[in-house]
Design a protein around this ligand. Structure first.
Ligand SMILES: [Zn+2]
Length: 151
């Protein structure tokens, strides 16, 4: 079983069965045979219709991924969220959210989609298809995306 398979929703579904349920639909810890990838993983998945708010299907809060029930977690989506987990850890979480909100507010009056143009999101969207990205990613790589072309 290769690493790429471990990212599929199938893996998560397999694991849910064994995981103890919380009052919310479920919660599950990630285990992979690759510790390196595991270090950057979004560690928990919680399925709930309360989070995230309207318009989004998943949100990564402190490494816990809140997903609406029934949303398929593709490899790409999981990779996107893992990239956010890596960003959050290197920013000690609190500075990630501060920088995220500040950059979003700065970009609101600018041309294009403020959310998509946040450098954390740009890095995640630009690399989510590369499932090996986190193996070679350098810390603070999102900084390179601050000046890229707008969406
Ligand atoms: Zn994102």
């Amino acid at each position: 079983m290769g690493n790429k398979l471990l990212f599929s929703d199938g893996f998560w579904l397999q694991k849910h069965v064994k995981c103890p349920s919380l009052s919310i639909t479920y919660c599950c810890k990630l285990k992979t045979d690759s510790q390196k990838l595991c270090n950057f993983a979004a560690v928990k998945i919680v399925r709930t219709s309360f989070l995230p708010f309207h318009g989004f299907s998943a949100v990564n809060l402190l490494g816990v991924l809140f997903v609406h029930p029934g949303v398929y977690l593709s490899n790409e989506m999981m990779n996107h969220e893992r990239i956010h987990s890596a960003q959050q850890r290197e920013m000690l979480f609190v500075f990630f959210y501060l920088a995220y909100v500040i950059e979003w507010m700065v970009r609101l009056p600018m041309r294009g989609n403020a959310y998509r143009n946040i450098s954390f999101e740009r890095e995640a969207y630009a690399n989510q298809r590369n499932l090996d990205y986190l193996n070679s990613r350098r810390p603070y790589s999102w900084r390179r995306y601050m000046k890229r072309a707008r969406h």
